[in-house]
Ligand binder design. Structure first.
Ligand SMILES: [Mn+2]
Length: 424
């Protein structure tokens, strides 16, 4: 289904007066407002193909109906999001869940919705029906060379699919690890993983990047072979200039200072980008900004400051992706909320008075430093984000539009109530 331009225009007309009042009030305090609006419009967040269906836990899954049944319908769903917020112009695919049967027609379909292909994701954390060797005891770190070879070949195959679609990064997350002490020789596992990664790295096309994601625990509960940013950075440094560390917000031990990790990875030129989500306990994969929006702001503050220090392009020099999934929300509404939270945190970070903060830091003025950060964080930037969206052709209030025009009901009518998205 498509969002009709006249529907968006009618909706915006109805809300425009209230919006303009709010926007003018906030914009009066923002120096160089057009520059900020442009930055917000340029910033695009990739939607993962696996977040378009209802997520599940190991206890159960409660489908809301109308879920996309194939890659074409997933792209169409992202087309809806992008039409509403103009900030979701990319998709991150997962192979083998999203193998494109015909790359040319998939590319053409995505282009219709103004969507590009972000990083492609491989999958060696579960066994596929037709595979020769099991990943029960790991993939790239496996003690059996035949298993490693199978996993390496899978990753190279994923690169090939990505090349066909115009992607330029392979995102790799390994479930490899151990569940019990003594199960694994840590150095052996690291070295075998490095050997495997070297073969995958050698298969990367020229302009490609390898994103190495880390995760502290789960599905293995004693050790993870790429368990934290130090281990990921070790691999990235040993592999070479195309290899980077990917930060998934939910993949840390509780209370980790993620903004400090981000700052140092940026300093080293080794930050790949992000998998955004939120969590209270572990890898909860909740809606971005739903639990700890201040942490999200502090992360964006380090991103903006660190990227500016290196003269980087905010929109294109890092990979921006959502990696979330859960049981109780309409996935499309959830993604609209997540993208909105990201745009809000980014806008607030752009408003931090960096010069004043540097002065406060230089003077060890701890109170002033906090005042400066929180002055930006407590600004209601929602009218700025809405204005950027409006000028880019989106709608003022995406979630309200989605409900008013009964988009889920239409998707259920088109696809049926009992559809299940491919994926987890
Ligand atoms: Mn992730």
């Amino acid at each position: 289904m498509n969002i009709e331009k006249f529907q968006a225009a009618a909706f915006n007309d109805f809300h425009i007066q209230a919006h303009e009042r709010n926007f003018e009030h906030v914009a009066a305090n923002v120096p160089d407002i057009q520059n900020l609006i442009q930055k917000l419009q340029d910033f695009q967040v990739a939607i993962p193909s696996w977040a378009l269906g209802t997520g599940g836990t190991r206890f159960g899954r409660f489908s809301g109906g109308g879920e996309p049944r194939n890659l074409e319908e997933k792209i169409s769903d992202i087309g809806i999001l992008h039409a509403l917020n103009r900030s979701s112009g990319a998709i991150s695919l997962h192979i083998p869940w999203d193998i494109p049967e015909n790359a040319a027609s998939i590319k053409a379909l995505a282009a219709q919705y103004d969507i590009r292909f972000d990083a492609v994701n491989s999958n060696t954390f579960q066994d596929q029906a037709d595979q020769a060797h099991s990943y029960k005891f790991g993939s790239l770190h496996h003690v059996d060379k035949a298993v490693r070879k199978q996993a390496i070949e899978h990753n190279i195959e994923v690169i090939r699919y990505g090349v066909e679609l115009g992607s330029n990064a392979l995102s790799l997350w390994l479930a490899d690890g151990s569940c019990f002490p003594g199960q694994l020789n840590f150095r052996g596992a690291f070295k075998r993983t490095l050997d495997s990664l070297q073969e995958i790295y050698a298969a990367l096309p020229d302009a490609w990047k390898l994103y190495i994601e880390y995760k502290a625990f789960e599905p293995n509960f004693y050790s993870t072979t790429i368990g934290d940013w130090g281990q990921s950075l070790l691999f990235a440094n040993k592999l070479g200039p195309k290899a980077y560390t990917l930060v998934d917000l939910g993949h840390h031990l509780p209370n980790a200072n993620i903004e400090q990790i981000v700052s140092l990875l940026l300093m080293e030129g080794k930050l790949a980008g992000f998998h955004f989500n939120d969590s209270k306990y572990g890898d909860d994969d909740l809606t971005v900004g739903s639990i700890n929006p201040y942490q999200l702001f502090l992360i964006f503050n380090e991103l903006v400051e660190g990227m500016n220090a290196r003269g980087m392009n905010h929109a294109t020099d890092l990979g921006w992706m959502i990696d979330a999934s859960h049981n109780v929300k309409d996935p499309l509404e959830d993604l609209l909320q997540s993208v909105e939270a990201i745009m809000i945190a980014y806008a607030q970070a752009l408003l931090v008075d960096t010069k004043a903060l540097q002065t406060a830091q230089q003077n060890n003025d701890v109170v002033a430093a906090q005042e400066i950060l929180q002055a930006a964080y407590r600004m209601d930037v929602r009218p700025l984000v809405a204005q950027a969206r409006l000028q880019a052709g989106g709608v003022l209030q995406p979630v309200a539009f989605y409900r008013e025009f009964k988009i889920r009901e239409q998707l259920i009518k088109e696809r049926g109530l009992k559809t299940v998205a491919t994926g987890l």
